[in-house]
Design a protein around this ligand. Structure first.
Ligand code: CP
Length: 316
């Protein structure tokens, strides 16, 4: 595997899931694979789960790990071509990326959407140059438009907890005080569309995602109707994608906060969220602390998805 930025880089999902469950049974089975190999994790944005789970995955495979936090102890990097570099960014990614490639065997990148220019965000102007210029396999640790390690972990979790062959999975928008990218919901939708689950997306009008990611999902503006009979509720906030509203907050309506009221009409659904989560904005204390909440096993599966991806990159 040379790159991992979206579901299509994974190939057959059944095979990927089989590998995930093999790793889960013995996460050190391939500990010799990464001997004398180095993972470099480059963070343009903060992280808790991705940082820890990916580092742990590398350790499962016997790799060494270098972590670089851009802007904190590393030079700030210019990303635009053709600019006169007379500002506060002393190095250009065009030099920095090939240099980083000299010191490692695999590179992971976290670089969120800036939510200022939709075209630039959706062109993936940070991770794509790493793929072009590093000379190394590159994987996304959440880029501007997708978060595939999270989505793979989400899929593993649903497969573990599903009670029917074809569960109903509902992804719901929920309120948040800040404008957040669409990467997690885009990616979750992309992965769900590769399964045969019944997949529904619910959000207030104005929060439509890029049609490429919505795919064959049913979009339902009535959240209660969407939740009826659901087996899994996947909550997430995102900012607007459409037109001039790109990156804007259009609503903070707490009627959309996932609570016992909505969960009561589900098929005793499991509650999922990628974390970090804003309690009593996205979900009430009662729901996230209920036996139906599987946010911790979901986060634990981040180690598994990352181990599969790194193992595949080490195997070439
Ligand atoms: N879910 C997730 O990616 O968490 P972090 O932002 O903490 O890495």
């Amino acid at each position: 595997m040379k790159q991992f930025t979206n579901v299509h880089d994974t190939g057959n999902l059944r095979a990927a899931l089989d590998e995930a469950f093999e790793i889960k049974r013995d996460r050190f089975k391939y500990v010799d694979l990464g001997r004398n190999k180095t993972l470099m994790m480059v963070f343009f944005n903060s992280s808790l789960r991705t940082r820890l789970s990916t580092q742990k995955a590398a350790m499962n495979l016997g790799m060494n790990v270098i972590v670089l936090d851009i802007g904190q102890g590393a030079w700030k990097l210019e990303t635009e071509r053709g600019v006169i570099m007379d500002g506060n960014k002393p190095e250009h990614i065009l030099e920095a990326i090939p240099v980083m490639g000299c010191y490692c065997d695999v590179i992971g990148i976290r670089a969120f959407a800036r939510l200022e220019d939709r075209d630039l965000d959706y062109q993936e102007t940070i991770i794509n140059p790493f793929i072009e210029l590093s000379g190394r396999p590159v994987f996304s640790m959440e880029a501007a438009t997708r978060h595939p390690l999270q989505s793979f972990a989400d899929l593993i979790t649903i497969e573990e907890y599903k009670r029917t062959a074809r569960p109903k999975v509902v992804m719901t928008w929920a309120p948040h005080p800040n404008a957040l990218p669409q990467a997690v919901p885009n990616s979750f939708a992309e992965w769900m569309n590769e399964t045969d689950y019944e997949f529904v997306i619910t959000h207030p009008e104005g929060y439509e995602l890029d049609a490429t990611f919505v795919g064959k999902a049913r979009v339902e503006y009535d959240q209660m109707k969407a939740f009826e009979g659901a087996d899994f509720i996947y909550a997430k906030n995102w900012s607007a994608y459409s037109g001039d509203n790109y990156g804007k907050i259009l609503s903070k309506d707490r009627n959309w906060t996932v609570s016992d009221r909505q969960m009561a009409v589900t098929n005793q659904a499991y509650f999922m969220h990628c974390l970090p989560v804003r309690r009593n904005m996205i979900v009430t204390d009662e729901v996230i602390e209920s036996p139906q909440s599987i946010v911790i096993p979901e986060a634990a599966n981040r180690e598994i998805s990352a181990t599969v991806v790194l193992k595949r990159m080490l195997m070439g």
